[in-house]
Write a protein that binds this ligand. Structure first.
Ligand SMILES: [Zn+2]
Length: 709
């Protein structure tokens, strides 16, 4: 129950009673005596179909939403009650193994991760193998399938397949549940699988299965379904029988064939015969597509990707450029529809068939990123931006770099999913014979790009690039800019821009000018700003990080103390305070004194050190203070951050432990909390460093005035 409850997204919406799943999650987290056991009982009562029937119209009903479709149609959505969805999620989680087994190879739309890819790759293989044969492909379309499927029928069919589900299904569907549209209009869900029911797709597939089984008995060359999308390959005679089964068998179940939207394709491109089924249009062999995957010629594929990916993305990209909030724009870009869609094509369609569109897309995305940031797209910066954030890029990966790895991974994985084995007939540059996960392949590509950049770079840039490849250093780049746990991860546009400019090695000032604070000449890249001893900037930077470490320790109930005096024992009269944050009870009989420092790895004194945070921690901290601590009740631990975000090993290990304490207290999944904590630390370092630069940035106003005139 707990696992199912926490699988709701934090933003998931409410049903008719107006409360969101997040409320239930919050209550569960608070660990009261009664909440979780009571909720579990409620879930069990509902699941067993024994809940009071007067609740059914509301609990099984939902809030109805109508979205406009581009073709002036309406796409109805519905959001069901959190409790109802919770029960359904419990069934899905508890029965996932059984669901997968029952639909294995029969319907790739339920309990089958990677189903779309398996269906598409498999069909591509069949089309290729039987090209020039007399076979044909019949693609099926039902009229409004989910909404018209007979309710009594799927309740019966699903109860037969999954007996444990029977009573719950009955409770939800034995009388029409209530839907409310626009806060005022009420109507009832009368037919079909209900929108907003997480079990809906499962019910639908149960209802359809008997027809699929009948077709299987005819032994077609190929038959694969993804929910209501089906494709069957066989001789024309066999396909006529299939049509008859679906027509006569489907009608009583509420499944009505829609001939105008079905498709018939001869596998032999030279075949010019008519379609033997009335009103079913012919789709030429080189224009076949399945589940949004183009399977036809290179021209067709190119055109398909152009319409489906590039045109749709253009609008989104131009809107992102207009965003005031650069950090949010970049975050949204990485999650955007376009990037997801590009991944879909990379995994399902050999790149050589759409490389022109891929190039265009890459260029457009790169252009958008640099426009959003207001930075120059130099070739080096563009290369660096294209690698993953973990090793120092912006995570805007290019299709051309990663498509082969993605396609290879998907093609091999899909054979496992479909339990089939296909021959690799693709070009060497599209698909490799050796399997490697997409992630492994992409990481290798990223490393290669970065190492080329390092090779060509001067000493400063080489140091800048190599210090980025460090655990947690770039957590600020992938952090969700949200204020749910404080404002640490929200970086203002100017701060964010400066931080990215530093990351990419771009100038942060327009011309070399004297530092307004110490009057030394400043470099264009902001290195002086980070080391300038005038003003309290460096102390502020240090204190920001120190305070955050304190906050995390405090969350973990470690009773931390700030700048504790006399930590080296009563005999120490020096008034030195090497314990920025001290924790009295850290290990048995020993406390821990944490000393925080932030240094710039590009400063002259660190430029030639391979790991500045390590050498600084040793020479400036441990060697200096550790001996004095041996006689005290505390252990000493330096936490040294570089302005790149890297942190010394000992510091990392201390922070890890503090974060673990904090996550236990908060009751949030450890990995989620930890990722967030590192993002906050990383943002804190970037914010402080960028602010130091901005404190020294001034614009000559007479010049601005002149340009305005
Ligand atoms: Zn200065």
């Amino acid at each position: 129950m707990r696992q199912a409850l926490f699988s709701f997204a934090p933003t998931s919406a409410a049903g008719l009673f107006g409360y969101r799943p997040a409320i239930l999650q919050q209550c569960a987290r608070a660990e009261s005596f009664h909440f979780v056991p009571t909720l579990t009982r409620a879930v069990n009562v509902l699941a067993s179909g024994e809940a009071p029937l007067f609740l059914q119209p509301f609990l099984a009903g939902g809030v109805s939403i109508a979205l406009a479709k581009p073709n002036r149609g309406v796409r109805p959505l519905c959001c069901g009650d959190p409790l109802r969805r919770l029960v359904a999620k419990c069934f899905c989680a508890g029965g996932s193994g059984e669901i997968s087994t029952k639909f294995q190879g029969k319907n790739f739309g339920v309990g089958c991760p990677g189903g779309v890819e398996a269906v598409a790759h498999s069909l591509r293989d069949v089309l290729q193998k039987h090209r020039k044969s007399g076979l044909a492909l019949l693609k099926i379309d039902f009229k409004n399938a989910f909404n018209l499927l007979d309710r009594n029928w799927f309740v019966e069919a699903s109860s037969k397949m999954f007996a444990g589900l029977e009573r719950w299904t009955w409770w939800c569907y034995h009388q029409p549940p209530l839907l409310v549209y626009d806060h005022s209009r009420q109507f009832f869900s009368q037919s079909g699988v209900q929108q907003g029911d997480p079990l809906g797709p499962l019910y639908f597939c149960c209802g359809l299965q008997t027809l699929i089984d009948q077709i299987s008995e005819l032994c077609p060359v190929y038959q694969k379904w993804y929910m209501d999308d089906g494709g069957i390959v066989g001789s024309p005679e066999l396909l006529l029988k299939v049509w008859e089964i679906l027509k006569t068998g489907g009608e009583p179940l509420g499944l009505h064939l829609n001939p105008a939207k079905c498709e018939w394709s001869w596998l032999d491109p030279d075949c010019s015969l008519e379609c033997p089924i009335a009103n079913v249009p012919i789709t030429p062999t080189d224009k076949i597509q399945m589940l949004g995957v183009p399977l036809g010629s290179a021209e067709f594929t190119d055109e398909f990707v152009k319409n489906d990916l590039c045109s749709a993305t253009e609008g989104v990209m131009s809107k992102l450029v207009e965003f005031e909030d650069t950090q949010a724009a970049l975050y949204l870009l990485r999650l955007s529809f376009g990037i997801c869609r590009a991944t879909h094509f990379m995994r399902t369609t050999p790149l050589s068939l759409w490389s022109n569109q891929a190039n265009k897309f890459d260029t457009q995305v790169g252009h958008t990123v640099f426009h959003c940031l207001g930075l120059k797209p130099t070739p080096e910066a563009y290369e660096q931006a294209s690698v993953g954030t973990t090793i120092g890029g912006l995570g805007i990966r290019r299709i051309v770099d990663h498509a082969k790895g993605a396609f290879t991974a998907s093609w091999h994985e899909a054979q496992g999913v479909s339990k089939e084995s296909w021959t690799n007939v693709f070009l060497e540059r599209d698909c490799s014979n050796t399997y490697e996960s997409q992630q492994t392949a992409s990481t290798k590509t990223d490393v290669l790009i970065m190492s080329k950049l390092k090779e060509a770079a001067g000493p400063r840039d080489a140091q800048r690039l190599s210090r980025l490849d460090s655990p947690h250093a770039n957590a600020w780049l992938s952090a969700r800019p949200s204020s749910m746990d404080g404002k640490d991860t929200i970086l203002s546009p100017k701060i964010f821009r400066v931080a990215v400019a530093r990351l990419l090695g771009q100038p942060v000032f327009s011309s070399s000018a004297p530092c307004p604070l110490c009057e030394q000449n400043m470099d264009l890249f902001g290195d002086h700003s980070l080391c300038c001893k005038k003003s309290g900037d460096r102390i502020t930077r240090h204190n920001n990080v120190r305070n955050l470490v304190f906050k995390l320790a405090d969350t973990g109930l470690l009773a931390p103390e700030l700048e504790k005096l006399g930590i080296l024992g009563p005999t120490d009269k020096s008034r030195r305070r090497p314990g920025d944050v001290s924790i009295k009870h850290w290990s048995l009989h020993r406390g821990l004194a944490i000393d925080v420092a932030v240094i710039c790895p590009l400063a002259a004194s660190h430029l030639h050190s391979s790991e500045p945070c390590e050498s600084y921690a040793k020479t400036q901290k441990t060697d200096r203070y550790a001996p004095a601590f041996e006689k005290s009740d505390y252990d000493f631990a330096p936490v040294v951050f570089e302005t790149s975000g890297a942190v010394n090993k000992e510091g990392e290990s201390v922070l890890k432990q503090i974060i673990r304490f904090a996550s236990k207290r908060e009751g949030i999944t450890h990995t989620v909390f930890a990722a967030r904590a590192w993002a906050r630390l990383s943002c804190c370092v970037q914010y402080s460093a960028a602010q130091q630069i901005l404190n020294r940035d001034y614009v000559d106003l007479t010049e601005v005035a002149n340009t305005l005139i």
